[in-house]
Design a binder for this molecule. Sequence first.
Ligand code: FMN
Length: 208
Amino acid sequence: MASLLKIDVSPRGGHSYSRQLGQTFVEGWQAAHAGGTVVERDLAKNQPTFVDLPWIAGAFTPPVEHTDEHKAALKQSDEIIAEIKAADHILITTPLYNFQVPAVLKAWIDHAVRKDLTFDYTEKGPVGLLKGKKVTVISASGGLYVQGEPSGAYDYLTPYIKFIFGFIGITDVTVLSAGGASNIRYGKISEEDWKKPFEAQALELAKA
Ligand SMILES: Cc1cc2nc3c(=O)[nH]c(=O)nc-3n(C[C@H](O)[C@H](O)[C@H](O)COP(=O)(O)O)c2cc1C
């Protein structure tokens, strides 16, 4: 049975464009994957902690030697990694903040990228340990950044997301960049018309 893990990032709840487009994706995904399960993690409501000294000590100590402090520090990371491992497809809905992923999403990534669990270092270099998974990221931004055009150079989220999931073994990564949302605020386009092409793209991606 297909399984989708949905990670939501925006603190704007129902007003968030990335969340709204994510909901369209989920409806399309459910239509295309009858009986599939959807697990949700809301990083705005349940903010991940930052990596600290007990986390580092625990992550680089063999599990058999873990102290209670190591175990407590790694609990969130263990849960986040278990959710990722259980999913076939990971959907992340996120704003673009200061040309990058928001800090809460970076904190989630810091829990997910863990030696011996999601990547390893070998004589030939680093190796991603996750296989056969797909990631779709729906990002919303005020400005419009198009990969392959000069404006795309300002979008550091897209190349970073592709790199970091590739690092842990997931190379099937698609980023739907829903740019130009500030035109809604400036009255240049209605919210409905702005969303239309991105909803169509989200539904197309959900079929895969
Ligand atoms: C703290 C902050 C930083 C932002 N940085 C950028 C940015 O670098 N580039 C951009 O185009 N829009 C930026 N925006 C605008 C958001 O990307 C835009 O409002 C988007 O719709 C937010 O996603 P959401 O609707 O899912 O909450 C920023 C907004 C905030 C609040």
